[in-house]
Design a protein. Structure first.
Length: 369
């Protein structure tokens, strides 16, 4: 039986300012959900977002209020092992709130996998790989700093795929910045850009042409999420891969995008999709439609990152890799044992459930009072 649901906010400084076209992050607010069951089993989930309300329509504070006030009371007393039944009730009664739903579903699935003594990946259909390629985002705002950061990552054998955040500055400046980094890092390295919706279609036409010619591999969400028609025109116009991110709010959007041939790659995010199961459906739609997959992040800490890793380990195709580096952007680790990043890969935990555990003393110090 589901006995208690607690939502914890913890503000953790980032290792350096992280500059996106929609926000500059100096801290990340972890939104953690703890579900306690009557049989003594506990599950954890995460609903972390980026930049308060700058990126998505749920804020850390709204997620906490909505779970505490509207979602938890619907679940208390329900059978904890019947995760699908619990989630069907929430999805029927509660509109929107995909991040909140994701955290709840993750915690219930974590608890159930622990109960069964199996890794979460096995409850999600079974892993086909034990380690995931993991990109790093260069977003200091300075070209020379970004190049030095990338070189350190290459030396440490931590990352060899780099995503650059652009769209805040004039197009010509952004193009110059990206091409300077690509030139410095060379052909053995994959350089990608994320515009976070900042360009008009005309800017995208001009920007993508220059970036493609300079050897950039992938263009993420160049135009507004709502503008599926522009995404389709860009995807058809250019050979370089066009990826949808903010446009995908679950399986229904994925189906519309696939039907419109509006992206070459989908960034699958468990929170944006509304949970692990809907995120798996987004991946299924992609695979049935010939769209490639990328494992996305909302820069979550260890819980959300582990949950995402378990799901992405089950994807038959993961040709664009992942960006599950969230915990590495933070100055504080909330897990008892950190996730393993080695030889350009994130290793998927092997223990029961998420296979990671919260350091409760650490969290007690970090949590918002
Ligand atoms: O992809 C996004 O839009 C959000 C996020 C993921 C990595 C990163 O640096 O920012
Ligand atoms: Mn993105």
């Amino acid at each position: 039986m589901i006995q208690n649901i607690e939502v914890i906010l913890a503000d953790v400084p980032t290792i350096r300012p992280h500059k996106l076209s929609v926000a500059t992050m100096n801290t990340q607010t972890l939104v953690l959900v703890r579900v306690v069951c009557a049989d003594g089993v506990e599950g954890w989930g995460e609903a972390t977002t980026i930049g308060g309300l700058n990126y998505g329509e749920e804020s850390p504070e709204s997620i906490k209020v909505n779970i505490d006030t509207h979602i938890a009371p619907l679940l208390i007393g329900m059978e904890a092992s019947q995760v699908a039944k619990a989630m069907a009730k929430i999805r029927k009664i509660i509109q929107g709130n995909r991040f909140a739903k994701c955290a709840i579903e993750t915690a219930l699935l974590d608890a159930q996998a622990r109960r069964l003594g199996i890794p979460l990946s096995e409850l999600l259909g079974g892993r086909v790989r034990d380690a995931l390629p993991v990109a790093w985002t260069l977003a200091s705002g300075y070209t020379a700093k970004d190049i030095a950061e990338a070189e350190t990552m290459l030396e440490k054998r931590r990352h060899r795929i780099f995503k650059l955040k652009i769209g805040a500055r004039p197009l010509a400046e952004d193009v110059k910045h990206v091409l300077a980094i690509k030139k410095a890092l060379g052909d053995a390295v994959s350089v990608r850009v994320d515009v976070n919706q900042a360009w008009s279609e005309l800017e995208a036409v001009q920007g993508i042409a220059a970036l493609e010619a300079g050897g950039v591999d992938l263009i993420e969400q160049p135009v507004r999420a709502e503008n599926m028609a522009a995404m389709a025109r860009l995807a058809q116009r250019y050979a370089v891969s066009i990826m949808a991110d903010e446009a995908l709010h679950g399986p229904q959007d994925a189906l519309a995008f696939a039907n419109a041939s509006a992206a070459d790659v989908f960034a699958v995010k468990i929170t944006q999709s509304g949970g692990l199961i809907p995120a798996a459906q987004v991946a299924t739609v992609a695979q049935l439609s010939g769209v490639s997959l990328y494992g996305g992040t909302m820069l979550e800490g260890g819980i959300g990152t582990a949950a995402s890793a378990h799901l992405f380990s089950t994807f038959a195709d993961l040709s664009a890799g992942t960006e599950l580096f969230g915990p590495l952007l933070l100055t504080e680790e909330v897990l008892q044992t950190p996730l393993v990043y080695k030889d350009f890969m994130l290793h998927v935990p092997t223990g029961p459930g998420l296979g990671v555990d919260i350091d409760m003393d650490k969290l007690a110090r970090l949590r918002r009072k």
